[in-house]
Ligand binder design. Sequence first.
Ligand SMILES: Cc1cc2nc3c(=O)[nH]c(=O)nc-3n(C[C@H](O)[C@H](O)[C@H](O)COP(=O)(O)OP(=O)(O)OC[C@H]3O[C@@H](n4cnc5c(N)ncnc54)[C@H](O)[C@@H]3O)c2cc1C
Length: 323
Amino acid sequence: MAKLLLVAEASEGKIKKSLYEIMSKLLSLQFVAKKASFESDLVIVGEVSAEEMERIKRFNLSTIFQAKNLQSVRPLAVDGNYKYVMAPVSTSNKDFFPVLAVSVNNATMVSDVVDFDGANVSKPLFAGKAISKIPLSKRGTYFITVRPNSFGVLDVEQFWKENGGATAVNTKVEAVTQVASSDANARVQVKEVVKAMKSRADLSEANIIVSGGRAMKCKENFQLLEELANVLGATVGASRAAVDAGYALPAMQVGQTGKTVSPSLYVACGISGAIQHLAGMRTSKIIFAINSDPNAPIFSKADYGIVGDLYKVIPMLIEELKA
Ligand SMILES: Cc1cc2nc3c(=O)[nH]c(=O)nc-3n(C[C@H](O)[C@H](O)[C@H](O)COP(=O)(O)OP(=O)(O)OC[C@H]3O[C@@H](n4cnc5c(N)ncnc54)[C@H](O)[C@@H]3O)c2cc1C
């Protein structure tokens, strides 16, 4: 049975949805596809509420460790004899995982994967133009980061009803162990977390994204996208042209040099569809583009499109959606 360690960063008493996506995938692989069998541990960096802990325990974990900071995870990941160490892609994991991988003999780092079948991972290459399937057949530990929204989240209670009952889950949870903190050695310490958009999902994890490009013309016009996002329950993103022009915050940038997103629905408003933008959003499940130029490259990637002036189309959309 392959030993697997999941690394979760907690915030406001919860772990990220993307962690539940990975845990759901692991459950499906083991109990539905029966393709693999894992002894899965989880290390939580930060505090989670008691309610959240109970929910996490339903995902068939052996041991849950608690750590104060990412540095504390190092000894566990390095010495724990794990075949796989996995986490969702995040700003901190982009740095932390490769650094961890080089400190382990025979380790392999695979970043930003979009699929895992127990024996292989798949990851986009060449700005998303190709998908590479990588066999996990080498000896040593694989350090793997997973793109958010690559897998669905299971209704875990329903899952256990259909796949063997609740007792099988409970017996596998052993303990919650405190990993020794190494605060003194930590070079980076989080002092404060300031949320840019309080009521919205984080861009990388959002299920629906409404993005604006250069055609937004000014910061104030992004309010139109905010209104559309409100009715759709979406998060607002932007192209680099919009960010460089100061219409949107850098944290909102989608693309090669911005965030990689994979929502169920991506609405591109006044975005031409340059390769560097597509690199960050082409794995979206449905792409819907609004552009006044019928020859804009975004239309060759879009599932649905409207050729028209976004300042006319979006208000009509908002009205329709509200109705
Ligand atoms: C190394 C490198 C990295 C890069 N990284 C990124 C990145 O991470 N993300 C990114 O986005 N870009 C990135 N870029 C920039 C990228 O090449 C494009 O320049 C950028 O994506 C263009 O943004 P845009 O589509 O908003 O603007 P434009 O290309 O100017 O497109 C604007 C679009 O709006 C349409 N339009 C105009 N008016 C209206 C209207 N009233 N209604 C509807 N449609 C309208 C036009 O037809 C046009 O298609 C990078 C470039 C380089 C070289």
